[in-house]
Design a protein around this ligand. Sequence first.
Ligand code: DC
Length: 230
Amino acid sequence: MTKKITIAIDGYSSCGKSTMAKDLAREIGYIYIDSGAMYRAVTLYCIEKGLFNGKEIDNDKLKEEIDHIHISFTLDPSTGRPRTQLNGTDVEDRIRTMEVSSRVSIIAAIDFVRTALVALQQEMGQAKGIVMDGRDIGTTVFPDAELKIFVTASAEIRAERRYKELQEKGENANFDEILANVKERDHIDETRAVSPLRRAEDALLLDNSHLTIVEQKTWLIEQYHKATQA
Ligand code: DC
């Protein structure tokens, strides 16, 4: 039997990490965990409980309540994809709104939130056989992961992909605004005091600026086989 390993996929926003991690997990029969969804679920909780005052968060109240925020995942039988649950309620769609997206980086920068979520992520990965994607998986959550991948693509290419996605959804899109937003998020992720986004020394670099989905998948499976045979 092939040995079960832990796969950590980190990288910049909008470079297709989640899709890549989900597809890989399905292909090799591993559990997939989207750690960003967990930060989004805490953000939604704060919005719904009125803990935000504009962009300010009531830190003391959140600290009091953090132990009462329970996040889990269920598998959607029709798509085979995970759905995020917050205190037993399905919030998968609500955590993807602009309202959550525009506030999540505030929540992701709070040290006690990160401590709680990292502990939960480590518990989820105890049995290995897991693909987790995020920003600090290879550095903080699973520093001993057997396979670490750091994904990147140029800011222009990522902005172009998001621009096309929005256009396909029929939403208004302005390329320059999107590019500025991509660059701003990179800056926030890289300069955050707690667990900033950085490539783990032993992470393989995957620049997918000029790769097709098929080329990328082939490369990933190859790395998985190498890691399980090592
Ligand atoms: O990947 P995403 O866009 O769903 O992530 C949402 C936010 O959470 C984003 O601001 C980065 C942050 N995040 C993080 O700080 N650490 C992680 N492991 C995953 C996401």
